[in-house]
Design a protein around this ligand. Structure first.
Ligand code: HEC
Length: 109
């Protein structure tokens, strides 16, 4: 019975704590939408996430940072892949970057 109690106390608080009335329906439809929404809105608005446009390795770094800095559960395996796929598909870097750098859209070369 002790194990059960521990399991319950580690359950994510996302279900109870909703910092806003955002719902996953407001996000672009696609695989991983709900998983991503609930994983991230446990602590903050999804707007904070949607404001970013990152490559897959950068999203992976963001997740690692959330875990290290803010104690986000260390999501691994298939669920992490799903979330990274979702974020990379719908929130990619805004300007097409070659070699990872920002390029001036007005550059003539
Ligand atoms: C355990 C809590 C927690 C969870 C879960 C969490 N974050 Fe965060 N995140 C934070 C905190 C705290 C901040 C800083 C908020 C602020 O700047 O006010 C933050 C900020 C951010 C930022 C803004 C960083 C910047 O430099 O402006 C991004 C992007 C982000 N989180 C992405 C995510 C993503 C993606 C997920 C879901 C996979 C996620 N977070 C889940 C705690 C969390």
């Amino acid at each position: 019975m002790g194990l059960l109690a521990i399991g319950l106390s580690l359950a994510p608080a996302g279900a109870q704590f909703r910092p806003s009335d955002e719902t996953p329906d407001e996000l672009p439809a696609g695989p991983g939408r709900e998983e991503t929404f609930y994983a991230c809105t446990a602590c903050h608005n999804f707007k904070l996430v949607a404001a970013q446009g990152l490559t897959r390795p950068q999203w992976d770094d963001s997740l690692a940072w959330m875990t290290k800095r803010h104690n986000m559960p260390d999501i691994q395996g298939q669920e992490r892949e799903l979330i990274l796929d979702y974020l990379t598909t719908h929130y990619p870097p805004r300007a097409p970057a070659r070699g990872g750098g920002w390029r001036n859209p007005f550059a003539t070369d």
